[in-house]
Design a protein around this ligand. Structure first.
Ligand code: 7FY
Ligand code: CA
Ligand code: ZN
Ligand code: ZN
Length: 472
């Protein structure tokens, strides 16, 4: 049984209520169609407009919340703001939002097992050879904290009595009919909430457990397993902690993705914190508001950076895939701000704040990150919006100004910065990102891009940014 059914069942009383209120606006629609429309509309609003799940809506205001969210959606698409799932609205909702990375959702464990108390206890039975007892305790504490900030749950370590969640590092056959397989393969497993072995987590003691980017980071694997201990199953959202595949992310700054927050709060309700935590959402390629952090070519492919992700596009194949930045370059931060390729040196430079990194393919060049003062930027420049290199010069875009750096001489050209519009007529907006393709500069500004022909010195095209991700 999946999440869908759980919400579905709980939604029924509410659906009937809304249904009778809207009946007059649908004189001809057959009843079953009407109900179906409402269901589709609700799922759509939950997915793209943060409509809370039924159980977290104030019963009396539930239908009003749906109507408000509908109006918001209608306003966005330029439809009549009826607040009702009329045919024009349903048609818009039915349009494929391409590239939505099988924008899955969290799943609850079949049968919906959960803890009936919120003050959970855990006990660390042993530790693996590579990490000390204290290192394991710190990692486990951090992994629980990832879940406790987003839920009403608390986790307390105990060393004597029986704990809710027992944590152990064990090899091969260890008496629960789920033997481990030695290095790699299965890393750990967890039992769903319940008495006895319920909630317990076992880690394969033959893995190399680490506190850094090396496989496998204990905090991340533990946090994933604890999701199972709390009643969550795997999610199809690629950015979720409960996604089935291990992916490295810096644990000290990790915050629980929104999909996992939605999952844990579906089971245990919102956090007791007056300010409800929110988490990063996996970007949707065809979100009409999508804007890029940075764009660059790299050895013939185009990389579009956004938050902790990038899309990669092969220019001929038109194929686009979404990946974590950390999967290719675990040493890079998220939220990059500018990037360019130096074709002569076969290097890519990436910028965030005053720091920058030089990459040769997957590898970080020695001596990086460096400070942008090496380019000749004064102390007053705190960040670069966009950068691109062309014919031995590198152009940096900062606010409404453009700086030009001479790659050979290794210094800024005199006369710069200049206004962007005086250097590139027609580009009179702030630039989020820019890259070069066949003597054309592609400038991204908010949800649109402008193509600037370097030969004719004119803007030749303006279109939506995410057509680059094959969105129509
Ligand atoms: C994971 C798991 O939770 C199971 O119940 C059975 C098999 C599993 N596979 S695993 O041990 O290789 C594993 C895979 C991914 C463990 C953790 C993760 C993980 C996923 C996302 C973020 C961090 C870790
Ligand atoms: Ca293993
Ligand atoms: Zn086990
Ligand atoms: Zn899992």
């Amino acid at each position: 049984m999946t999440m869908f059914y759980l919400i579905h069942l709980k939604t029924l009383p509410f659906l009937f209520l809304l249904h009778t209120q809207l009946a007059k606006s649908f004189p001809v629609a057959p009843e079953h169609l009407e109900k179906k429309n409402l269901e589709i509309a609700e799922n759509y609003l939950k997915r793209f407009y943060h409509l809370p799940s039924t159980q977290f809506r104030d019963a009396g205001r539930s239908s009003i919340m749906v109507a408000e969210k509908l109006k918001e959606m209608q306003r966005f698409f330029g439809l009549a703001e009826t607040g009702e799932p009329d045919s024009a609205t349903m048609e818009m909702m039915a349009k494929p939002r391409c590239g939505v990375p099988d924008s899955g959702d969290f799943m609850l464990t079949p049968g919906n097992p959960k803890w009936t108390h919120t003050n959970l206890t855990y006990r660390i039975i042993n530790h693996p050879s590579q990490l000390s007892r204290d290192e394991v305790r710190r990692a486990i504490e951090r992994a629980f904290q990832i879940w406790s900030v987003a839920s009403p749950l608390t986790f307390t370590e105990i060393s004597q009595q029986e704990a809710d969640i027992n944590i152990a590092f064990v090899p091969r056959d260890h008496g629960d009919n789920s033997p481990f397989d030695g290095p790699n393969g299965i890393l750990a497993h967890a039992f769903q909430p319940g008495l006895g072995i319920g909630g317990d987590v076992h880690f394969d003691s033959e893995e190399t457990w680490t506190q850094d980017i090396r496989n496998y980071n204990l905090v991340l694997v533990a946090a994933h397993e604890f999701g199972h201990s709390l009643g969550l199953s795997h999610s199809s959202d690629h950015g979720a902690l409960m996604y089935p595949n291990y992916a490295y992310t810096e644990p000290s700054t990790y915050s629980l993705p929104q999909d996992d927050i939605n999952g844990i709060q579906t089971i245990y309700g919102p956090s007791n914190n007056p300010i409800q935590p929110t988490g990063p959402s996996t970007p949707t390629a065809c979100d009409p508001h999508l804007r890029f952090d940075a764009v660059t070519t790299l050895r013939g492919e185009i990389y579009f950076f956004k938050d902790k992700y990038f899309w990669r596009r092969h220019p001929q194949l038109r194929e686009v895939d979404l990946n974590f930045i950390s999967l290719f370059w675990p040493f890079l931060p998220t939220g990059l701000q500018a990037a360019y390729e130096d074709f002569d040196r076969d290097l890519v430079f990436l910028f965030k704040g005053r720091q920058y990194w030089a990459l040769s393919g997957y590898d970080l060049q020695q001596g990086y990150p460096r400070d942008i003062s090496t380019y000749g930027f004064p102390r007053t420049i705190q960040a670069i919006d966009a950068a691109v290199s062309y014919k031995g010069k590198t152009y940096f875009f900062i606010s409404n100004q453009c700086w030009r750096y001479d790659n050979q001489r290794g210094s800024m050209d005199p006369g710069y910065p200049k206004s962007i519009a005086s250097t590139f007529p027609g580009i009179n907006c702030r630039v989020d990102a820019v890259f070069l393709q066949d003597s054309v500069l592609l400038f991204f500004s908010g949800p649109q891009y402008l193509a600037f022909n370097l030969v004719t010195h004119r803007v030749t095209r303006v279109a939506r940014s995410n057509v680059w991700l094959n969105c129509t």
